[in-house]
Ligand binder design. Structure first.
Ligand SMILES: CC(C)[C@H](C(=O)O)[C@@H](O)C(=O)O
Ligand code: SF4
Length: 460
């Protein structure tokens, strides 16, 4: 039978199938962080169940971490408690933790791929919705709830209904200034935030084939924002080149053997999908959102749609925008370049290439936050920190930062923030804050202009 990439990986991990019921799926890699693991550890303790395979778990601290003075004790008491609990739980259960200050520390969806923990063909879970990011490698990766975290701790397996198959094709050549973030914001603006519900999405076509691993991660990261359980892209030479040589990647003969298997991980010609959509790369332009869900996106030079239901009216009133309005020239006082969507080296290269030789607008407060310690080190190695400094930006230390208001980095009430993160929900970046999702390039251009600007004209 002809199989999809998703089927091949899924079927290889089914321990047992319950007729007309869920599958018991083996999980190769479990990632954890401070927010969704404490209750799971507590439950295990209460029921006196040991962690079954501690060496299949890797932990990091990311959500509650400050992005300044990481060498000092964490000021916020709740955050400090959360981080301490993670350290204790990992120690008690023999789990590797790359905590605050460790050279491998970072946002879970940034540090695991860069350490070579994320690999094609694996099943991966984390108590975090953006686990879909790891699908960029041709892995089945998805977020789970805390009770499922307990399940995986106890058994290394998960009882889970097999999702349906969805494929999104984008073919053609992207225009100048159109980045992977714009591609996924475009797709979600076309399909809506519920289109993926019940599905696992494969991204196919030459746009994804030509993308770097960083770009593919940006795309897969936001699969959950169209409601999909996860997203994935068939592994290819770009994937193998990225994985090879990384700290925890297989080495030598083992790598070659695995690579031969990874090469079989592609959708067979003629394999069937339950749903399929196709788009042309030429139709995509730099995108921004105007509302309070990631599907409310328009091209940067576009106008806010006039037709819309009650929820649109509510979103626009929260955002302080009007139907039919263009966002060009809207003054913006905050920008955030960071989050597991856009905080990898390529994102900072992109931002720096625009910023180089320019100055940050006076009115703008900029948060530039690498996704991991390794990204931060690479920024320095490449001298990008100088580019940012000369333009008046200050780099922060790694973490989830202003992506969600769980640490000190918050956007004040009523302020607009052009943000490279993935969610623009009400209050997401701080109570009353207003998020405009965009690419690192758009965020950089906004920071320089002090307002939303059609920067594509100035690109050469
Ligand atoms: C805190 C965590 C559970 C949450 C998630 O699941 O995604 C967070 O990472 C987010 O982005 O909203
Ligand atoms: S960066 Fe944002 S989206 Fe990603 S894991 Fe952290 S809080 Fe969630």
């Amino acid at each position: 039978m002809k199989k999809t990439l998703f089927d091949k990986i899924w079927d290889a991990h089914v321990v047992e199938s319950i007729p007309d019921g869920p599958d018991i799926l083996y999980i190769d890699q479990h990632l954890i962080h401070e927010v969704t693991s404490p209750q799971a550890f507590n439950e295990l303790k209460e029921r006196e169940i040991p962690v079954f395979r501690p060496n299949k778990i890797v932990a990091t601290a990311d959500h509650n971490t400050p992005t300044e003075n990481q060498h000092l004790p964490v000021k916020d008491l709740l955050s400090r408690k959360q981080l301490k609990e993670l350290s204790q739980n990992c120690e008690e259960n023999n789990i590797t933790l790359y905590g605050l200050g460790h050279p491998y520390n970072g946002i879970v969806h940034v540090m695991a791929p860069e350490l070579g923990i994320t690999q094609p063909g694996k099943t991966m879970v984390c108590g975090d919705s953006h686990t879909s990011t790891h699908g960029a490698f041709g892995a089945i990766a998805f977020g789970i709830g805390t009770s499922q975290v307990t399940q995986v701790f106890a058994s290394q397996c998960l009882l889970v209904e097999k999702p349906k198959r969805l494929r999104v094709n984008v073919n053609g050549e992207l225009k100048k200034g159109v980045t992977p973030k714009d591609v996924i914001l475009y797709v979600i603006s076309k399909l809506g935030t519920n289109s993926g519900t019940g599905y696992f999405c494969e991204y196919a076509g030459d746009v994804f084939e030509n993308m770097s691993m960083e770009g593919r991660m940006t795309v897969c990261n936001m699969s959950i924002e169209m409601g999909a359980r996860g997203g994935l892209i068939a592994p290819d030479q770009t994937t193998y080149d990225y994985v090879e040589g990384r700290e925890f990647a297989p080495k030598g003969e083992e790598f070659d053997k695995l690579k031969a298997y990874w090469e079989t991980l592609r959708t067979d010609d003629g394999a069937e999908f339950d749903q399929e959509y196709s788009f042309d790369a030429e139709d995509i332009e730099p995108m921004i959102t105007y509302g309070t869900n990631p599907g409310m996106g328009i091209k940067i030079t576009g106008a806010i749609p006039v037709e819309g239901g009650k929820s649109d009216a509510k979103a626009l009133s929260y955002m302080g925008f009007k139907p039919g309005e263009s966002l060009i020239d809207k003054p913006i006082n905050y920008i955030f370049i960071g989050s597991c969507t856009n905080s990898r080296i390529e994102d900072f290269r992109m931002a720096a290439s625009y910023i180089k030789g320019k100055k940050k607008a006076e009115n703008v407060n900029a948060l530039i936050v690498p996704g991991s310690r390794q990204v931060a080190a690479q920024i320095q190695e490449e001298g990008l920190d100088k580019v940012f400094e000369e333009a008046g930006f200050r780099l922060r230390q790694p973490g989830c930062s202003a992506c969600l208001a769980m640490n000190d980095d918050k956007i004040p009430e009523g302020e607009y923030c052009v943000s490279t993160s993935n969610r623009n929900f009400e209050g997401r970046q701080g109570q009353g804050s207003r998020t405009i999702l965009a690419s690192p390039l758009t965020a950089a251009a906004t920071a320089v202009a002090g307002k939303i600007t059609d920067f594509t004209k100035s690109l050469n």
